[in-house]
Design a protein around this ligand. Structure first.
Ligand code: ADP
Ligand code: MG
Length: 149
């Protein structure tokens, strides 16, 4: 895998800061962009995604899709496809929902727990990893954003 050198590391100390970072990214996102979100349960993937939705101009509340793998929001600047594949049993479930229309479509795709479906993630995507470090405080998060081609 060829990796570009562009890696951005941002540290946040509150959910609001993580939300703002997501919002900034949502303002800059382009049609066809695919983002993967990686990190433990409760690390802030959904908080980040909520910021992205706000940055795209989506007003309705965004939460993790609990009973569906993908939630589609059409009211923003671009269509927004929010995936949470935490409960996926098999990658074939992605075929059943026609994931290619979302990953290779005209909107912006965000995939929480993307490592569970690694084999179908498009080669070109942006990987966002969120990590805690309890030594730096309960609300500290280290966010690594990396363009992968
Ligand atoms: P995930 O989607 O990764 O499972 P959530 O976004 O649902 O996680 O939850 C993250 C939790 O961590 C929220 O309760 C949020 O308030 C809290 N939190 C504390 N500090 C931060 C931070 N710096 N960034 C994001 N969330 C934070
Ligand atoms: Mg979540």
């Amino acid at each position: 895998m060829k990796r570009s050198k562009e890696v951005l590391i941002i540290e946040t100390n509150s959910p609001e800061e993580t939300y703002e970072l997501g919002k900034q990214l949502g303002k800059e996102a382009k049609a066809g962009d695919v983002y993967t979100l990686v990190g433990d349960l409760g690390v802030g993937k959904t908080v980040f995604t909520q910021g992205v939705a706000a940055g795209l101009g989506i007003k309705e509340p965004v939460s993790s899709p609990t009973f569906t793998i993908v939630q589609v929001y059409e009211e923003g600047r671009l269509p927004f496809y929010h995936f949470d594949v935490y409960r996926i049993g098999d990658v074939e479930e992605m075929d059943e929902i026609g994931y290619e229309d979302y990953f290779y479509g005209e909107g912006v795709a965000f995939i929480e727990w993307a490592d569970l479906i690694r084999e179908i993630i498009p080669k070109k995507h942006t990987r966002i990893e969120i990590e805690k470090n309890l030594e730096k405080g309960f609300d500290y998060r280290r966010i690594t954003i990396e363009n992968i081609e």
